[in-house]
Design a protein around this ligand. Structure first.
Ligand SMILES: Cc1cc2nc3c(=O)[nH]c(=O)nc-3n(C[C@H](O)[C@H](O)[C@H](O)COP(=O)(O)OP(=O)(O)OC[C@H]3O[C@@H](n4cnc5c(N)ncnc54)[C@H](O)[C@@H]3O)c2cc1C
Ligand SMILES: *[C@@H]1O[C@H](CO)[C@@H](O)[C@H](O)[C@H]1NC(C)=O
Ligand SMILES: *[C@@H]1O[C@H](CO)[C@@H](O)[C@H](O)[C@H]1NC(C)=O
Length: 513
């Protein structure tokens, strides 16, 4: 009798009050229930991509490689061989490969059909459990609901369920081909249901610790038994695994109380995203009650403006898209805004200088505002003042902010009603030893999606420092939903190869033989 995930969840619920009690180890635990966790659950549930026989990929070399192994799922093929030579807007080759199979030539503004067809093969199901703090969909539940997302709606979709069709069925229309974040969040929930993945998810569950443990002799036997059942006789060769991961945390009961759990797993996948802890400026007064670090406080601030509680401007700190979104919202409500950021308006590293103008008219407009009303509030955009190349020195309890011009060193003091510090965010990996630093590319610094991602093998997404531990999504630099899907493919492919042993690896013939 195979251990299914639902039995597992039940077992977890039963053993809940006795947190130290060990249960049968699960092959895979995924931490994080956003797009990465959902997409990985899709693959682990036995959905497998095949090259659609009659389709033509615009890249002739890739086309030849795909034709060579017709009838064999991409997931069983040599991902390194397939992704060789492809280029795209991710540093991870499998991310580029999979994106190019699902959206050929997408970066040339062409909308071509996917060359992939999907089959669900139940015998490839790998029991797994996806744990996540909030509702299904990850960060999309906390991004302001009406905000328009940057990517085209299609780029937010997960495999084999077109976003457009779902929107049409819901009778919602796409504005400028882009989608509202609330729609995206609903789409992910719908996706999980439509693909029959729900039973693998335990939402409202917070992981507080992951560490390695050696299995007791008893448990070792149990591991082998469950492995045997799941993948047939071959899996018994798996007994090389000498230790397990112990995953601890709590789930939130309806009455608000916390129920602790402790599960052992052979593999753990980190899919926590990198948005849990907003970054701080680390300046004096930043913990004052009128200084906020998320956009969710903006609405209240705008209400206070409207009702005349406080007419002083809203200070928005940050030169990225989140800050730009806040500027757009505040400007729409006619609230006075002071916008402070460190870069110059023409700095090539400023995101607005990298965005195609036609695709992102709102952001283009913010960029214009930033440039035209720099250091002056007079101009077409009433009530808006931009201060490029300025830093915040401190906030004071009487609602003042002292800013410094980075070029001249000159200081200026402003009265403000509230401050929104929107300068990016960091992952919260406090559940790992050393807060996950030992897993990063640079182990001296905290993990950061832009500057210091988790160090993984680019074809398996397994952590260089820890066998059996995997990471995907923004944690490894795949910041867009489009690209994190290749990571999920790579992890699944690696787990399958690991289970079947090396003899099942497909040896690709060299292309020009
Ligand atoms: C404002 C904003 C706008 C964006 N716009 C776009 C866009 O236009 N296009 C695009 O492609 N991408 C966009 N992104 C990025 C996009 O959100 C990510 O690509 C995607 O959501 C990452 O998916 P994920 O599953 O890896 O992580 P997330 O969506 O962040 O989900 C991870 C989940 O895991 C949970 N978690 C973390 N730690 C634990 C723990 N210890 N226990 C339990 N659960 C935990 C987190 O709370 C979170 O809910 C945007 C992001 C932000 C913040
Ligand atoms: C990080 O997560 C832990 C739970 O694992 C929580 O207790 C802590 O408050 C979080 N820290 C931040 C800065 O969000
Ligand atoms: C700033 O606030 C102080 C009171 O704290 C007030 O005296 C001053 O006039 C204000 N300045 C401006 C420019 O509004």
């Amino acid at each position: 009798m195979a251990v299914t995930t639902s039995e597992f969840v039940r077992e977890m619920a039963e053993t809940g009050p006795a947190p130290m009690k060990r249960v049968t180890p699960l092959p895979v635990i995924v931490i994080g229930n956003g797009p990465s966790g959902i997409c990985l659950s899709y693959f682990l549930s036995g959905y497998r991509p095949y090259f659609k026989e009659s389709s033509i990929h615009p890249n002739p070399i890739l086309q030849r490689k795909l034709e060579e192994n017709l009838g064999i799922s991409i997931i069983e093929q040599d991902l390194e061989f397939l992704s060789e030579g492809l280029e795209g807007r991710s540093h991870n080759p499998v991310a580029v490969l999979f994106d190019s199979l699902l959206r050929p030539n997408a970066d040339f503004g062409v909308s071509m059909d996917s060359v992939i067809s999907w089959r669900r093969e139940h015998d490839h199901y790998i029991p797994h459990l996806v744990l996540g703090k909030g509702p299904l969909g990850g960060v999309w539940h906390s991004i302001e609901g009406s905000m328009v997302t940057l990517s085209l709606g299609d780029w937010m979709q997960l495999p084999d369920l077109p976003f457009r069709d779902w929107m049409r069925a819901k009778r919602r229309c796409l504005r400028n081909d882009r989608a509202m974040t609330a729609d995206i969040a609903h789409y992910y929930q719908h996706y999980t249901k439509a693909k029959g993945l729900q039973e693998n998810f335990a939402c409202g569950t917070v992981v507080t610790s992951v560490r390695r443990v050696s299995p007791s002799p008893d448990e070792e036997k149990q591991t082998c038994v469950s492995m045997d059942n799941m993948a047939g006789a071959q899996a018994s060769r798996q007994s090389h695994r000498t230790s397990l991961f112990e995953v601890k945390g709590y789930s939130e009961r309806k009455d608000g109380s916390e129920m602790p759990f402790c599960i052992n797993a052979e593999n753990v996948v980190l899919a926590t995203g990198t948005y849990d802890s907003p970054a701080w400026l680390e300046v004096e007064g930043e913990d004052l009650p009128f200084v906020h670090h998320t956009t969710s406080e903006l609405e209240e601030a705008l209400k206070a403006q409207e009702t005349g509680v406080n007419f002083d401007p809203i200070l928005i700190v940050g030169g990225g898209l989140t800050a730009a979104d806040a500027v757009i919202s505040a400007h729409h409500s006619n609230a006075p805004v002071i916008h402070v950021f460190r870069r110059g308006v023409n700095d090539p590293d400023l995101i607005f200088n990298q965005l195609p103008k036609v695709m992102c008219p709102e952001y283009h407009k913010v960029h214009q505002m930033m440039a035209q009303q720099s250091c002056t509030a007079t101009g077409p955009y009433e009530g808006y003042l931009s201060l490029p190349k300025h830093t915040v020195l401190c906030f004071t309890p009487d609602r003042k902010c002292i800013l410094q011009d980075m070029t001249s060193g000159e200081r200026r003091t402003f009265n403000i009603s509230v401050a929104l510090v929107l300068i990016g965010s960091n992952p919260n990996l406090t559940f790992l030893p050393d807060q996950g630093r030992s897993l990063a590319v640079n182990t001296e610094l905290p993990v950061n999606c832009k500057r210091n991602p988790v160090d993984v093998d680019c074809y398996t997404y397994e952590c260089g420092q820890e066998r059996g531990l995997y990471a995907l999504g923004p944690l490894v630099g795949d910041n867009f939903v489009r690209f994190l899907q290749g990571g999920a493919l790579a992890v699944t492919s690696a787990l399958l190869k690991d289970r079947h042993g090396a003899q099942h690896k497909i040896h690709s013939r060299p292309l020009f033989s």
